[in-house]
Design a protein around this ligand. Structure first.
Ligand SMILES: Cc1cc2nc3c(=O)[nH]c(=O)nc-3n(C[C@H](O)[C@H](O)[C@H](O)COP(=O)(O)OP(=O)(O)OC[C@H]3O[C@@H](n4cnc5c(N)ncnc54)[C@H](O)[C@@H]3O)c2cc1C
Length: 417
């Protein structure tokens, strides 16, 4: 189904100065009507469209993106993938996503550079160790491969860590998930876009949805900057903009927009072959295939829709890294950026019907939704195709905020992720 490039075709392009590459997905024009309109061409919207077509045979689908696909949080994140969450509902969702990630390159015929290199979440206070012990117990009970490791084993995985005598916080233990890791964020968006487009899905970029079109208590389409489109089902996957969009159909979402930053160092030789997260100093790091150290931390205290972020948070993240890895102090930081993330009060996403007929939600992924993209796309597509929430998606309905059935992942969300 998907096109694969052979070594010879890559060589041919190199010799003709890369002038023969075909666009990976069609530039589609908006049609008058679709079975499903997906608002937002981030990872969750594109994966939903792909699985609708690939798994459920629904191809009369359009993804409408206001800028360029993957230009939101999906293309701005630090790509950490893991499934060692605390609550059973989350382990089911992120566990499915993790498994799908492991085979995503083969599924899409597009290299998403998944690297299950191992993930170490440090405990540097007694409180953190208690928290991570609780998560490790929950993971073992649920069958997620994640467990506590002692300081001497941590230092085997991360020999560059500062000696306890040189740091504010000693290393007491860590939660270790050997299959945790990273993938290339743009490739995930591009791979799903290409796969969906090849199956007949229209991807329309540079087109913003301005409001939902309702008839009585049902949503029948969307108004966009390129005209109005009718839809059997409207799926909102627009991250922090979701609230503004659903407000036009009278639906209020319990989302708060927050700024989250990341930064990368100059490239260096391989020094770190696991992902390291550290809640006490509030930072995390992995090394990219290019050799850059990819660094992040907590959310900014103030929202900044320019997606630049405020200097104090950059300083805090850099200081956290230098505290953990004193030798990093000599590195130059090359780039810094931010995204606007959509936070819920329990740090879990919202997946399910919105209230008005035909309107569905997949948002609230906050600081940790990249790792969920394949699983979320699959269960959301199944929900849309069957007209009822998939069993893994069902607990994440918006009604949980009214019923008090929250899925509290504040502790397991750790340093933002
Ligand atoms: C700095 C940073 C680091 C992060 N690190 C990690 C990490 O390590 N691991 C992890 O799992 N997660 C991480 N995340 C979170 C992760 O990036 C997000 O949860 C995830 O990408 C959300 O995907 P999405 O498809 O829901 O949203 P997005 O990728 O933001 O997509 C939403 C799309 O909707 C479009 N849109 C908005 N309004 C409209 C409209 N009116 N009409 C049409 N389109 C519209 C936007 O342009 C955007 O492209 C991080 C985020 C940031 C910012």
């Amino acid at each position: 189904m998907t096109r694969r490039y052979s070594f010879l075709s890559i060589m041919r392009e190199a010799l003709r100065n890369h002038r023969g590459w075909k666009p990976a997905w069609r530039k589609a024009d908006l049609r008058d009507r679709y079975d499903v309109v997906v608002i937002g061409g981030g990872g969750h919207g594109l994966a939903t469209a792909y699985y609708l077509a690939a798994e459920f045979g629904i191809t009369n689908v359009c993804v409408i993106e206001k800028d360029w696909i993957g230009g939101g949080n999906t293309g701005r994140n630090t790509t950490i993938i893991r499934s060692n969450y605390l609550q059973p509902e989350s382990m089911a969702l992120y566990g499915l996503a993790h498994k799908l990630y492991e085979n995503l390159t083969q599924e899409l015929g597009f290299n998403v550079l998944f690297s299950g290199r191992g993930l170490v979440s440090l405990a540097q206070t007694r409180h953190e160790l208690d928290q991570l012990t609780r998560i490790a117990d929950a993971n073992r009970h649920f069958g997620i491969d994640s467990w506590l490791i002692p300081p001497q084993e941590i230092r085997k995985h991360v020999p560059m860590l500062a000696e306890d005598s040189r740091s504010r916080y000693p290393i007491l233990g860590a939660l270790y998930q050997p299959r945790g890791g990273t993938a290339r964020h743009d490739a995930v968006a591009w791979g799903y876009a290409r796969g969906a487009s090849q199956l007949g899905v229209d991807i329309v970029e540079n087109c913003a949805v301005t409001h939902l079109v309702s008839e009585g208590d049902k949503v029948v389409g969307v108004a966009t900057t390129k005209g109005t489109v009718l839809a059997g089902t409207v799926a909102v996957t627009a991250a922090s903009a979701s609230a503004e969009i659903t407000a036009s159909a009278g639906v209020r979402l319990p989302l708060r927009a927050q700024t989250l930053q990341a930064l990368v160092s100059e490239p260096i030789k391989p020094v770190l072959d696991v992902v390291v997260m550290a809640g006490a100093v509030h930072g995390y790091v992995s090394q990219s295939d290019k050799g850059e150290l990819v660094i992040g931390g907590g959310t900014d205290s103030q929202i900044d829709h320019s997606r630049r972020g405020a200097p104090p948070r950059i300083e805090e993240s850099a200081a956290a890294m230098v505290e953990l890895f004193p030798s990093f102090a000599r590195l130059k930081m090359m780039r810094q950026w931010a995204g606007t993330v959509d936070m819920t009060s329990d740090r879990s996403p919202i997946i399910g019907p919105a209230g008005p007929a035909n309107l569905w939600l997949n948002c609230g992924w906050g600081t940790g939704g990249f790792k969920a993209i394949p699983g979320s796309g699959y269960v959301f597509a199944a929900s849309l195709a069957n007209g009822r929430p998939h069993p893994i998606a069902a607990p994440f309905g918006i009604d949980r905020f009214q019923d008090g059935r929250v899925i509290d992942e504040d502790a397991a969300a750790a340093v933002a992720h």
